[in-house]
Design a protein around this ligand. Structure first.
Ligand SMILES: [Ca+2]
Ligand SMILES: [Ca+2]
Length: 391
Protein backbone atom coordinates (compact mmCIF):
# COMPACT_ATOMS: atom_id res chain seq x y z
CA UNK A 1 0.00 0.00 0.00
CA UNK A 2 1.00 3.58 -0.25
CA UNK A 3 3.40 4.63 2.36
CA UNK A 4 0.89 7.07 3.67
CA UNK A 5 -1.61 4.49 4.73
CA UNK A 6 1.05 2.05 5.70
CA UNK A 7 2.09 4.48 8.36
CA UNK A 8 -1.32 4.93 9.82
CA UNK A 9 -1.30 4.94 13.56
CA UNK A 10 -3.40 2.70 15.68
CA UNK A 11 -4.86 3.97 18.85
CA UNK A 12 -4.88 1.32 21.42
CA UNK A 13 -7.63 0.14 23.60
CA UNK A 14 -9.39 -2.90 24.77
CA UNK A 15 -12.79 -3.26 26.21
CA UNK A 16 -12.90 -4.67 29.63
CA UNK A 17 -15.62 -6.46 31.48
CA UNK A 18 -15.94 -8.30 34.67
CA UNK A 19 -15.29 -11.82 33.46
CA UNK A 20 -12.68 -13.31 31.20
CA UNK A 21 -15.16 -14.50 28.63
CA UNK A 22 -16.88 -11.17 28.63
CA UNK A 23 -13.60 -9.43 28.16
CA UNK A 24 -12.96 -11.22 24.95
CA UNK A 25 -16.53 -10.85 23.83
CA UNK A 26 -16.43 -7.19 24.59
CA UNK A 27 -13.32 -6.77 22.53
CA UNK A 28 -14.92 -8.53 19.64
CA UNK A 29 -18.07 -6.51 19.87
CA UNK A 30 -16.99 -3.19 21.08
CA UNK A 31 -13.32 -2.58 20.77
CA UNK A 32 -11.95 -0.39 18.12
CA UNK A 33 -11.16 -1.47 14.71
CA UNK A 34 -8.47 0.24 12.76
CA UNK A 35 -8.25 2.20 9.61
CA UNK A 36 -6.07 4.83 8.20
CA UNK A 37 -7.45 8.28 8.66
CA UNK A 38 -6.39 9.37 5.28
CA UNK A 39 -8.99 8.13 2.87
CA UNK A 40 -9.79 4.55 3.79
CA UNK A 41 -11.98 5.00 6.79
CA UNK A 42 -14.06 1.89 6.58
CA UNK A 43 -13.01 -1.63 7.36
CA UNK A 44 -14.41 -4.00 4.75
CA UNK A 45 -14.93 -6.93 7.05
CA UNK A 46 -16.71 -5.04 9.75
CA UNK A 47 -18.08 -1.96 8.14
CA UNK A 48 -17.09 -0.03 11.19
CA UNK A 49 -15.01 3.05 11.23
CA UNK A 50 -11.63 2.69 12.65
CA UNK A 51 -9.75 4.46 15.34
CA UNK A 52 -6.58 4.70 13.42
CA UNK A 53 -4.77 7.93 13.32
CA UNK A 54 -3.92 9.48 9.98
CA UNK A 55 -0.88 8.57 8.09
CA UNK A 56 2.13 10.71 8.79
CA UNK A 57 1.89 12.22 5.37
CA UNK A 58 -1.35 13.87 6.36
CA UNK A 59 -0.22 14.46 9.88
CA UNK A 60 2.97 16.14 9.10
CA UNK A 61 1.78 18.22 6.23
CA UNK A 62 -1.05 19.51 8.36
CA UNK A 63 1.41 20.83 10.89
CA UNK A 64 3.83 23.69 10.52
CA UNK A 65 7.05 22.82 8.81
CA UNK A 66 9.69 22.12 11.35
CA UNK A 67 12.76 24.09 10.52
CA UNK A 68 14.51 24.22 13.83
CA UNK A 69 17.91 22.73 13.52
CA UNK A 70 17.92 19.14 14.33
CA UNK A 71 14.25 18.60 14.68
CA UNK A 72 12.83 15.64 12.89
CA UNK A 73 9.60 13.82 12.55
CA UNK A 74 8.52 10.51 11.27
CA UNK A 75 7.88 10.69 7.58
CA UNK A 76 7.54 8.00 4.99
CA UNK A 77 10.91 8.97 3.66
CA UNK A 78 12.71 9.07 6.94
CA UNK A 79 15.93 7.18 6.61
CA UNK A 80 15.62 3.88 8.31
CA UNK A 81 19.35 3.69 8.57
CA UNK A 82 19.07 5.73 11.71
CA UNK A 83 16.37 3.60 13.19
CA UNK A 84 17.63 1.75 16.20
CA UNK A 85 17.84 -1.94 16.07
CA UNK A 86 15.95 -3.89 18.62
CA UNK A 87 17.88 -4.13 21.81
CA UNK A 88 18.78 -7.63 22.73
CA UNK A 89 20.90 -7.37 25.80
CA UNK A 90 19.71 -8.97 28.97
CA UNK A 91 19.41 -5.95 31.19
CA UNK A 92 16.07 -6.46 32.76
CA UNK A 93 17.52 -6.38 36.21
CA UNK A 94 19.26 -3.07 35.70
CA UNK A 95 16.80 -1.33 33.49
CA UNK A 96 14.43 -0.32 36.18
CA UNK A 97 12.50 2.86 36.19
CA UNK A 98 13.01 4.96 39.25
CA UNK A 99 10.31 6.53 41.28
CA UNK A 100 11.22 9.85 39.78
CA UNK A 101 10.68 8.59 36.31
CA UNK A 102 14.30 8.50 35.31
CA UNK A 103 15.01 5.46 33.26
CA UNK A 104 18.21 3.66 33.89
CA UNK A 105 18.16 1.16 31.11
CA UNK A 106 21.54 0.19 29.74
CA UNK A 107 20.55 -1.40 26.50
CA UNK A 108 21.41 1.61 24.43
CA UNK A 109 24.90 0.25 24.20
CA UNK A 110 23.57 -2.62 22.16
CA UNK A 111 21.88 -0.57 19.49
CA UNK A 112 22.75 2.57 17.64
CA UNK A 113 21.00 5.64 18.93
CA UNK A 114 18.60 7.26 16.51
CA UNK A 115 19.59 10.42 14.75
CA UNK A 116 17.47 12.37 17.15
CA UNK A 117 19.90 11.68 19.96
CA UNK A 118 22.13 14.47 18.71
CA UNK A 119 19.36 17.00 18.60
CA UNK A 120 18.85 19.84 21.02
CA UNK A 121 17.49 18.32 24.17
CA UNK A 122 13.77 18.11 24.33
CA UNK A 123 13.60 16.55 27.70
CA UNK A 124 14.24 17.74 31.15
CA UNK A 125 12.02 20.70 30.64
CA UNK A 126 8.37 21.11 31.39
CA UNK A 127 5.95 22.76 29.02
CA UNK A 128 3.38 24.55 31.11
CA UNK A 129 1.23 25.54 28.18
CA UNK A 130 1.28 29.10 29.45
CA UNK A 131 2.14 30.72 26.12
CA UNK A 132 0.47 30.55 22.75
CA UNK A 133 3.40 28.97 20.91
CA UNK A 134 5.09 26.16 22.85
CA UNK A 135 8.69 25.74 21.75
CA UNK A 136 8.86 21.98 21.58
CA UNK A 137 5.37 21.10 20.40
CA UNK A 138 3.27 21.46 17.31
CA UNK A 139 -0.41 22.29 17.72
CA UNK A 140 -2.42 20.22 15.26
CA UNK A 141 -6.13 20.97 14.80
CA UNK A 142 -7.85 18.65 12.36
CA UNK A 143 -11.38 18.32 11.05
CA UNK A 144 -12.64 21.59 12.45
CA UNK A 145 -11.09 21.07 15.85
CA UNK A 146 -9.11 23.74 17.66
CA UNK A 147 -5.91 23.61 19.68
CA UNK A 148 -4.92 26.61 21.75
CA UNK A 149 -2.27 27.14 24.38
CA UNK A 150 -2.03 29.81 27.04
CA UNK A 151 -5.69 29.79 27.99
CA UNK A 152 -6.80 30.63 31.51
CA UNK A 153 -7.99 27.80 33.74
CA UNK A 154 -8.41 28.19 37.45
CA UNK A 155 -7.78 24.48 38.05
CA UNK A 156 -4.35 24.62 36.46
CA UNK A 157 -1.32 24.73 38.69
CA UNK A 158 -0.15 27.91 36.96
CA UNK A 159 -3.53 29.11 35.81
CA UNK A 160 -2.80 28.38 32.15
CA UNK A 161 -3.48 25.39 29.93
CA UNK A 162 -3.67 24.13 26.39
CA UNK A 163 -7.12 23.15 25.25
CA UNK A 164 -7.94 20.49 22.67
CA UNK A 165 -11.48 21.00 21.38
CA UNK A 166 -13.48 19.01 18.88
CA UNK A 167 -16.64 20.61 17.55
CA UNK A 168 -20.25 19.53 17.67
CA UNK A 169 -20.69 16.99 14.91
CA UNK A 170 -17.00 16.16 14.85
CA UNK A 171 -15.94 13.58 12.34
CA UNK A 172 -14.88 10.19 13.60
CA UNK A 173 -11.37 8.82 13.90
CA UNK A 174 -8.17 10.61 14.84
CA UNK A 175 -8.17 12.08 11.36
CA UNK A 176 -10.30 14.73 13.01
CA UNK A 177 -8.40 14.97 16.27
CA UNK A 178 -7.29 18.00 18.15
CA UNK A 179 -3.70 17.18 19.02
CA UNK A 180 -0.40 18.43 20.33
CA UNK A 181 2.79 16.57 19.55
CA UNK A 182 6.47 17.02 20.16
CA UNK A 183 8.56 18.23 17.28
CA UNK A 184 11.26 15.79 18.19
CA UNK A 185 11.23 12.09 18.73
CA UNK A 186 13.03 10.23 21.41
CA UNK A 187 13.56 6.61 22.27
CA UNK A 188 12.91 5.61 25.87
CA UNK A 189 12.35 8.07 28.63
CA UNK A 190 9.72 9.46 30.91
CA UNK A 191 6.69 11.17 29.43
CA UNK A 192 4.11 12.83 31.62
CA UNK A 193 1.24 15.24 31.29
CA UNK A 194 -1.20 16.76 33.69
CA UNK A 195 -4.50 16.42 31.91
CA UNK A 196 -8.22 16.87 32.44
CA UNK A 197 -9.99 14.56 30.00
CA UNK A 198 -13.02 15.48 27.93
CA UNK A 199 -16.27 15.69 29.88
CA UNK A 200 -19.39 14.40 28.14
CA UNK A 201 -21.57 13.98 31.21
CA UNK A 202 -24.21 16.13 29.57
CA UNK A 203 -24.30 13.69 26.66
CA UNK A 204 -23.30 10.36 28.19
CA UNK A 205 -23.47 8.35 24.98
CA UNK A 206 -20.88 10.43 23.23
CA UNK A 207 -17.93 8.63 21.73
CA UNK A 208 -14.76 10.59 22.43
CA UNK A 209 -11.26 9.60 23.38
CA UNK A 210 -8.63 11.59 25.23
CA UNK A 211 -5.22 10.11 24.46
CA UNK A 212 -1.88 10.73 26.15
CA UNK A 213 0.72 8.69 24.31
CA UNK A 214 3.97 8.12 22.50
CA UNK A 215 4.01 7.26 18.83
CA UNK A 216 6.50 6.44 16.12
CA UNK A 217 5.94 4.59 12.88
CA UNK A 218 7.98 4.93 9.72
CA UNK A 219 6.08 2.30 7.79
CA UNK A 220 8.95 -0.14 7.95
CA UNK A 221 9.48 -3.49 9.56
CA UNK A 222 12.78 -2.56 11.11
CA UNK A 223 12.83 -5.46 13.52
CA UNK A 224 12.11 -7.95 10.77
CA UNK A 225 9.23 -9.78 12.40
CA UNK A 226 7.09 -9.49 9.29
CA UNK A 227 4.78 -6.71 10.50
CA UNK A 228 5.26 -2.97 10.21
CA UNK A 229 6.71 -1.64 13.42
CA UNK A 230 4.43 0.57 15.45
CA UNK A 231 6.02 2.12 18.47
CA UNK A 232 3.24 3.32 20.69
CA UNK A 233 2.43 3.59 24.38
CA UNK A 234 -1.04 4.83 25.26
CA UNK A 235 -3.15 6.19 28.01
CA UNK A 236 -6.69 6.50 26.68
CA UNK A 237 -9.89 7.57 28.38
CA UNK A 238 -13.32 7.42 26.83
CA UNK A 239 -15.49 10.32 27.92
CA UNK A 240 -18.38 7.93 28.56
CA UNK A 241 -16.25 6.14 31.14
CA UNK A 242 -14.11 8.73 32.90
CA UNK A 243 -13.56 6.21 35.67
CA UNK A 244 -11.62 3.84 33.38
CA UNK A 245 -8.16 4.05 31.89
CA UNK A 246 -7.09 2.06 28.82
CA UNK A 247 -3.39 1.30 28.56
CA UNK A 248 -1.63 -0.10 25.53
CA UNK A 249 1.83 -1.14 24.46
CA UNK A 250 2.14 -1.50 20.71
CA UNK A 251 5.10 -2.88 18.84
CA UNK A 252 3.67 -3.74 15.43
CA UNK A 253 0.73 -2.87 13.25
CA UNK A 254 0.05 -3.40 9.54
CA UNK A 255 -2.83 -1.45 8.12
CA UNK A 256 -3.52 -3.71 5.16
CA UNK A 257 -4.63 -6.70 7.19
CA UNK A 258 -4.61 -5.37 10.73
CA UNK A 259 -1.83 -7.71 11.76
CA UNK A 260 -0.53 -6.44 15.06
CA UNK A 261 1.28 -7.09 18.27
CA UNK A 262 0.20 -5.31 21.39
CA UNK A 263 -0.47 -5.77 25.06
CA UNK A 264 -3.24 -3.92 26.80
CA UNK A 265 -4.64 -3.33 30.24
CA UNK A 266 -7.92 -1.71 31.26
CA UNK A 267 -8.33 -0.42 34.79
CA UNK A 268 -11.36 1.01 36.51
CA UNK A 269 -9.72 3.39 38.91
CA UNK A 270 -12.92 4.20 40.74
CA UNK A 271 -13.33 0.59 41.82
CA UNK A 272 -9.71 -0.48 41.63
CA UNK A 273 -10.65 -3.36 39.34
CA UNK A 274 -8.30 -4.50 36.61
CA UNK A 275 -10.78 -5.30 33.88
CA UNK A 276 -8.41 -6.99 31.46
CA UNK A 277 -4.76 -7.55 30.61
CA UNK A 278 -4.22 -9.05 27.17
CA UNK A 279 -1.73 -9.79 24.46
CA UNK A 280 -3.22 -9.59 20.99
CA UNK A 281 -2.20 -10.22 17.42
CA UNK A 282 -5.55 -9.16 16.00
CA UNK A 283 -8.35 -6.83 16.95
CA UNK A 284 -10.78 -8.64 19.17
CA UNK A 285 -8.19 -11.10 20.35
CA UNK A 286 -7.11 -11.48 23.95
CA UNK A 287 -4.39 -13.93 24.83
CA UNK A 288 -3.35 -14.65 28.37
CA UNK A 289 -0.16 -13.01 29.53
CA UNK A 290 2.54 -14.01 31.96
CA UNK A 291 2.80 -12.89 35.55
CA UNK A 292 5.51 -10.38 34.71
CA UNK A 293 3.15 -8.86 32.19
CA UNK A 294 0.31 -8.24 34.60
CA UNK A 295 1.93 -6.44 37.45
CA UNK A 296 0.74 -5.07 39.72
CA UNK A 297 -1.96 -7.59 40.42
CA UNK A 298 -4.07 -5.01 42.18
CA UNK A 299 -4.68 -1.30 41.85
CA UNK A 300 -6.07 0.79 44.69
CA UNK A 301 -9.54 2.19 44.24
CA UNK A 302 -10.00 5.93 44.10
CA UNK A 303 -13.62 6.44 45.20
CA UNK A 304 -15.41 8.84 42.93
CA UNK A 305 -12.55 9.02 40.46
CA UNK A 306 -13.52 10.99 37.38
CA UNK A 307 -10.72 11.98 35.03
CA UNK A 308 -12.88 14.67 33.42
CA UNK A 309 -13.42 16.69 36.57
CA UNK A 310 -9.88 17.39 37.70
CA UNK A 311 -6.34 17.43 36.44
CA UNK A 312 -4.31 14.31 37.08
CA UNK A 313 -0.80 13.32 36.05
CA UNK A 314 -0.44 10.56 33.49
CA UNK A 315 3.13 9.26 33.22
CA UNK A 316 4.75 6.68 30.99
CA UNK A 317 8.22 5.45 31.92
CA UNK A 318 9.65 3.61 28.96
CA UNK A 319 12.90 1.68 28.78
CA UNK A 320 14.08 -1.13 26.56
CA UNK A 321 12.57 -3.84 28.68
CA UNK A 322 10.05 -2.13 30.87
CA UNK A 323 7.07 0.18 30.57
CA UNK A 324 5.40 1.65 33.62
CA UNK A 325 2.12 3.54 33.52
CA UNK A 326 1.62 5.71 36.59
CA UNK A 327 -1.05 8.18 37.53
CA UNK A 328 -0.79 10.76 40.24
CA UNK A 329 -4.23 11.35 41.67
CA UNK A 330 -4.67 13.93 44.40
CA UNK A 331 -0.97 13.76 45.13
CA UNK A 332 -0.80 9.98 45.34
CA UNK A 333 1.16 7.93 42.81
CA UNK A 334 -0.75 4.90 41.55
CA UNK A 335 1.00 2.30 39.44
CA UNK A 336 -1.56 1.09 36.96
CA UNK A 337 0.75 -1.22 35.06
CA UNK A 338 4.37 -2.17 35.51
CA UNK A 339 5.00 -4.15 32.37
CA UNK A 340 8.25 -6.08 32.30
CA UNK A 341 7.36 -8.94 30.04
CA UNK A 342 9.21 -10.02 26.89
CA UNK A 343 11.21 -7.11 25.51
CA UNK A 344 10.02 -7.87 22.02
CA UNK A 345 6.61 -6.74 23.20
CA UNK A 346 8.05 -3.32 24.07
CA UNK A 347 8.60 -0.70 21.37
CA UNK A 348 12.23 -0.02 20.56
CA UNK A 349 11.93 2.77 18.01
CA UNK A 350 11.85 6.53 18.37
CA UNK A 351 8.56 8.17 19.13
CA UNK A 352 6.96 11.56 19.42
CA UNK A 353 4.91 12.39 22.47
CA UNK A 354 1.32 13.47 21.94
CA UNK A 355 -1.95 14.36 23.60
CA UNK A 356 -5.14 14.35 21.58
CA UNK A 357 -8.93 14.30 21.61
CA UNK A 358 -11.06 12.68 18.94
CA UNK A 359 -14.52 11.30 18.27
CA UNK A 360 -14.95 7.55 17.99
CA UNK A 361 -18.09 5.95 16.68
CA UNK A 362 -17.18 2.31 17.18
CA UNK A 363 -15.48 1.91 20.50
CA UNK A 364 -18.02 1.05 23.15
CA UNK A 365 -16.49 1.12 26.60
CA UNK A 366 -17.24 -1.63 29.03
CA UNK A 367 -20.26 -2.88 27.14
CA UNK A 368 -21.88 0.51 26.81
CA UNK A 369 -23.10 2.00 23.60
CA UNK A 370 -21.38 5.34 23.54
CA UNK A 371 -20.66 6.23 19.97
CA UNK A 372 -22.69 9.37 19.33
CA UNK A 373 -21.25 12.42 17.71
CA UNK A 374 -20.83 15.22 20.19
CA UNK A 375 -23.75 17.64 20.03
CA UNK A 376 -21.66 20.35 21.63
CA UNK A 377 -17.92 20.99 21.56
CA UNK A 378 -15.80 18.78 23.81
CA UNK A 379 -12.55 19.87 25.35
CA UNK A 380 -9.62 18.13 26.96
CA UNK A 381 -7.06 20.32 28.68
CA UNK A 382 -3.36 20.03 29.44
CA UNK A 383 -1.83 21.86 32.35
CA UNK A 384 1.76 20.69 31.82
CA UNK A 385 3.84 18.15 29.93
CA UNK A 386 7.33 16.84 30.55
CA UNK A 387 9.57 14.63 28.45
CA UNK A 388 12.81 13.25 29.85
CA UNK A 389 14.61 11.16 27.26
CA UNK A 390 16.06 7.91 28.43
CA UNK A 391 19.73 7.11 28.37
CA1 LIG B 1 7.96 -5.35 13.01
CA1 LIG C 1 -0.10 25.11 32.92
Amino acid sequence: MASGTAIGIPVAGAVGRSTASEKVAAERVGSRTPVSRTTRNRVPDTGRLSHRRPAPRGRWTSAPTVTRTGTTRVTPTRATATWPTRATSATSATSATSATGTTTGTTTATSSPPATSSLPPLGGTTENWAGSSPADYVLVPRGGSTVKSGLADSQASDGRVAELTIPAGAGATPANAAEVETKQQVRYGSFSSRVRTADCASQPKTGAVTGIFTYGNDGKDNDGDGITDNNELDFEVLCARPDEVHLSIWTDYRDSDEAQRRVTRVVNLRTGKILSTCYATAFGACQAVGTEERSPSAVPAVPGFDSSKKYHDYRIDWSADRVVFTMTVDGKDITLWDYHGPSDRIPQGTSAYMVNLWHTDNWSPDGMTAQSKPTAPLTAAIDSSTVRPGA
